[in-house]
Design a protein. Structure first.
Length: 152
């Protein structure tokens, strides 16, 4: 549970933050700061959330709870940090586009894997997950623009 949660949350949260910060500031420094902040703070937050959730279910062993906790933390941290690479290597606009493609690709591949594993229709699961991610991306993009017009 921890890995799948960390991967999807790491991708969607980081992309939403990056796109919103980019559209509002067009600042490489702000986007990198946001990625680092989300990678650390949100990874810890989600790991603790999974930890408490699994404890409250009263179904899991202590070992299972801690495995989910660490799996959530490390998968969220690692996937969030991968988005720094394009920001460091490319112009900011291109890096954001590359990051969106990277994130949606990983999410699509993981959705395909999940659907196959659970014997669901692959296209349905993939479309569902990608649509949710795209809604987040579009919303944060326009919120960033809106905020920049208010405080410009």
């Amino acid at each position: 549970m921890g890995f799948s949660f960390g991967l999807t949350s790491g991708i969607i949260t980081t992309l939403g933050l990056m796109v919103g910060l980019y559209s509002g500031t067009h600042s490489r420094l702000v986007v990198i700061g946001g990625i680092l902040t989300i990678a650390i703070a949100d990874a810890f937050s989600d790991a603790l959330g999974i930890h408490v959730s699994e404890e409250s279910e009263n179904k899991h062993t202590t070992r299972e709870i801690w495995e989910s906790t660490f799996s959530t933390f490390f998968s969220k941290l690692v996937f969030a940090l991968t988005f720094i690479i394009p920001i460091l290597l490319f112009q900011l606009k291109a890096a954001i586009i590359i990051s969106v493609i990277w994130g949606l690709s990983i999410l699509g591949i993981f959705s395909f894997y999940l659907a196959k594993k659970q014997k669901f229709r692959c296209w349905k699961v993939i479309v569902e997950h990608l649509v949710i991610a795209l809604v987040v991306i579009f919303m944060t993009y326009y919120i960033g623009i809106w905020i920049s017009t208010i405080f410009a």
